[in-house]
Design a protein around this ligand. Sequence first.
Ligand code: GAP
Length: 488
Amino acid sequence: MAKTANPAENAQLKDIIAHAKEYGFVYPSSEIYDGLQAVYDYGAYGVELKNNLKRLWWETMTRVHENIVGIDAAIFMHPTTWKASGHVDSFNDPMIDNKDSKKRYRADVLVEEHAAKLENEGKVDEAKQLTAALARLLEAEDLAGVRDLIINEGITCPISGTSNWTDVRQFNLMFSTQVGSVADDASTIYLRPETAQGIFVNFLNVQKTARMKVPFGIAQIGKAFRNEIVARQFIFRMREFEQMEMQFFVRPGTELDWYQKWADVRMRWHLALGTPAEKLRKHDHEKLAHYANAAMDIEYEFPFGFKEVEGIHSRTDFDLKSHQEYSKKKQQYFDPEVNQNYIPYVIETSIGADRLFLLTLCNAYTEETTEDKTRVYLKFHPAVAPVKAAILPLTKKDGLPEKAQEIVELLKYDFNIIYEEAASIGKRYTRQDLIGTPFCIAVDHQTLEDNTVTIRHRDTTEQERVPISELHGRIAEATSFRRVFERI
Ligand code: GAP
């Protein structure tokens, strides 16, 4: 059950949101018009961090694993795709409105939060009974029962404080739009709510053209869209977001072994990136989606509690079988090893790039207080840090800027670096700490004499003198993806 965040933890989230905006990571979308709820833009350092995370995931999938290839499918898909996948009929959230505040809530979240409150008050059995009752009602699609549960538990609206609730209604989360100029039902298409279906409908294209043999995987990174009603917690729940999904096609009967393997591989990936083990946990789903025979989340302890970052799902042959039925095109694979045709089973790993970004930011945000001052820095793993090194001439004269520019030339084609000569060296170090640059390279008068520079390390603030000729190798070693791959 989700832990309810305490006020200090929420204050930490506020600090992180403010930091993300102030230092060029994330801005509210179209902010000059007061923003658009649950939509965000990435700034100069944000886009670098996000691209690094995406590239790391992509290369982990498609390079470390020889039997995984990538695709890039379109956002728009034939509308029947979403009939076959079950999204048209059942991609719904149960919503309830408070008639006094006019605020809309997810009915299940209201109950879960109430249960978490009970648990925090030590009423563990009561909390368990409540979540079990909710699961039963949702399973039976008994929406009137969910409303009764809310009222009987005395759950009130956090804004109005009343329990003047409407009925609970199902609300489909897909955004729709029209193709062409005639607005009728036949021209309605959807913005994809998950990238996975682009993989399923291309399963045979990829298997044949990339000459893949089961077991094999298809990876994709792309935008997904959901009309989330309860959009909260910054970029945790967005209406437009990016998913990184991998469908792994296996022989029927072997899927649960692969499911465990992928859950372990993905957990090791998070650990290899420097996320502490005590901040990660696996959470098995109690209620399985209609397509799954096993499912778990990898959760991270955000400032607002343990929440899902990544889903690992054993999706059976549901999707391919359903596409076969709707399209009337066979979705079978001939397995020469067992001399059989079958529809493969699928293990899915699915992570939101934005949610991984938030995890990375929360994990990196560090406030260190010594006797008289507090130092804030972002301790990103160097492999994903937006800027790898800052080149800083000590003064603006005596040929130091020219020497520093030579170093810029030496490094800029392989690494994202910054050159800065304004302000004191201390202030410039602070600026780099705030965006998480692992190395500051100071060029001083000694550099002109012996071609050495000072490297200042972000996390320890220690400084060491090294020859310029060693810089490229040092930075390459510290920022290499290989260091992450080796730990998976
Ligand atoms: N294909 C399976 C699927 O889409 P999901 O659990 O609905 O499963 C997978 O989503 C991942 O996508 C989540 O673990 C989360 O990281 C991310 N995600 C889902 N909805 C999101 C949203 N509204 N905003 C940001 N990320 C989201």
